[in-house]
Design a protein. Structure first.
Length: 152
C-alpha cells in the first residue's frame, strides 16, 4: 500500500473541451479550477509518446467536495484520433457516477443540455446494498454518466 496516496482527478478527453466543460458546469454544478491549460513541448511528447502533442483544457471541481476535492480534468488533444462508441461494458474506465436527489429530474437536465440516454431508468433492490434508482446517460460527446439515488 502507498501510505500517502489520495485521489486527485479523472481525465476526460474531449473533441470540444469548452462545450464539454460547460455541460458539466451547467448540469452538475462543477466549478472551474484555474488556470486553463494550453500545453505542448518536448516534455509532453515524452510523457504521452505522441510527437507534436498539444492539449488544451481545464480542471473542474466535482460537486459535493470542498476546495481541495477531486477534479474532472477535461482536455482536448491535437492531433485527435477518431472516436469509437463508448458502450457501458467496454473494458477500461466505464463511466462517471453522480449521486442525485431526483434521478428523473437529473435525467431530464442531461437530455436538455445535449446529453443522451443509454438504457432504461430502473428501480431495483440490490442484495446486501439496498434500493437504488439509476440510469446510464451520456454527455454530449457520448461519454457514459450514471445518475443514481440510493435508498427509498
Amino acid at each position: 500500500m502507498i501510505p500517502d496516496a489520495h485521489y486527485c482527478h479523472t481525465n476526460l478527453i474531449a473533441r470540444d473541451w469548452k462545450r464539454l466543460a460547460d455541460f458539466y458546469q451547467d448540469v452538475f454544478g462543477c466549478r472551474p479550477v484555474p488556470p486553463e491549460r494550453d500545453l505542448s513541448g518536448a516534455w509532453l511528447d515524452g510523457v504521452t509518446r505522441l510527437p507534436g502533442a498539444h492539449l488544451r483544457g481545464m480542471h473542474l471541481r466535482l460537486p459535493g467536495y470542498g476546495d481541495d476535492g477531486p477534479t474532472l480534468e477535461i482536455f482536448q488533444y491535437e492531433p485527435e484520433l477518431p472516436v469509437e462508441s463508448h458502450p457501458v461494458n467496454r473494458p477500461g474506465y466505464g463511466h462517471l457516477a453522480f449521486a442525485v436527489a431526483d434521478v428523473e429530474a437529473a435525467r431530464q437536465a442531461v437530455l436538455a443540455a445535449g446529453g443522451g440516454q443509454v438504457g432504461d431508468l430502473v428501480n431495483v433492490i440490490v442484495s446486501g446494498a439496498g434500493p437504488i434508482c439509476f440510469v446510464y446517460m451520456t454527455d454530449p460527446e457520448g461519454n457514459v454518466i450514471e445518475l443514481q439515488r440510493w435508498g427509498d
